[in-house]
Design a protein around this ligand. Structure first.
Ligand SMILES: NC(=O)c1ccc[n+]([C@@H]2O[C@H](COP(=O)([O-])OP(=O)(O)OC[C@H]3O[C@@H](n4cnc5c(N)ncnc54)[C@H](O)[C@@H]3O)[C@@H](O)[C@H]2O)c1
Length: 251
């Protein structure tokens, strides 16, 4: 029987690449997103390639939606083998505009949204004594501060704490919890002029990365897949930096 993986924010970017990586590794993939058209297209392409996939609309801000989607998937297909908590936003908000509402918006998606999808997957994983959870943090959470993105930096640092706490509490149940902290990766998030580096900024950033370029979503997806696999069976509570050498560079 195929292992099951559920991915949040799976319609585009790193989530989309992860959906394909897991499908090609033999997983049945549950793609979830607020972007229904993009998410449906990913699931359809996986099926066209001979894999198994379905799309479910899921806004990670909504606990009832998360619980309903996870309940439906598990009732039909059994416990999840892996949850990839990937959905995130990175809005540019200068400090004077960082209202409680803007702060909460980022936390609801980037940090609290992760626990909302992880929590309903746990009883099934615990009953079987195995499971893997992979959360996407950022170099902005593990090492860098990011001006005008204070909520993002704080939420992504929170993800690292979430990973560590869950890992210790769940270790005895056979559930491993790890994360990836991507550097600069070519996705809609990074290429947004409004909220991030934009295309020109990404090119400049690439020149300052020891490997000489920004990363591709597939280069994160492969590490997510590794962390979910038995190759990482003695790893838990870790957040792996995947950044082309950026953080260890001397710039
Ligand atoms: N691209 C980078 O350079 C980079 C670097 C570090 C970390 N990350 C993180 O990687 C993850 C994926 O980002 P990406 O770069 O692929 O960006 P992206 O903008 O391409 O994808 C983000 C995904 O999250 C989804 N999403 C947003 N709000 C949601 C909500 N409320 N409910 C459900 N889904 C929602 C989007 O629809 C989209 O599918 C994010 O957590 C991001 O912070 C990205």
């Amino acid at each position: 029987m195929k292992p099951n993986v559920l991915i949040t924010g799976g319609g585009i970017g790193i989530g989309r690449a992860s959906a394909f990586a897991f499908a090609r590794a033999g997983y049945r993939v549950f793609v979830t997103d607020v972007l229904a058209e993009a998410g449906e297209a990913v699931a359809a392409q996986i099926r066209a390639e001979g894999g198994e996939a379905a799309f479910h609309a899921l806004d990670v801000r909504a606990t009832d939606q998360a619980e309903a989607v996870l309940a439906g998937v598990q009732a039909e297909h059994g416990a999840l083998d892996c949850v990839v908590a990937n959905a995130g936003i990175a809005h540019r908000v200068p400090l004077p505009a960082l209202s409680d509402a803007k702060w909460d918006e980022t936390f609801e998606i980037d940090l609290k949204g992760m626990l909302r999808v992880i929590r309903p997957a746990l009883p099934g994983m615990q009953a079987r004594g195995r499971g893997a959870i992979v959360c996407i943090s950022s170099i902005m959470g593990i090492a860098y501060g990011w001006d005008q993105h204070v909520a993002y930096s704080a939420a992504k640092a929170g993800v690292i704490g979430l990973i560590r706490g869950l890992a210790v509490e769940l270790a005895a149940s056979g559930i491993r919890v790890n994360g990836v902290a991507p550097g600069y990766i070519r996705t809609a998030q990074l290429l947004s002029d409004e909220h991030s580096l934009g295309a020109a900024g990404a090119a400049t950033a690439g020149a300052n990365i020891p490997m000489g370029r920004i990363g591709e979503p597939e280069e994160i997806a492969d590490v997510v897949l590794f962390l979910a696999s038995t190759a990482a069976r003695y790893m838990t509570g870790q957040t792996v930096v995947v950044d082309g050498g950026l953080l260890v560079g001397r710039y």
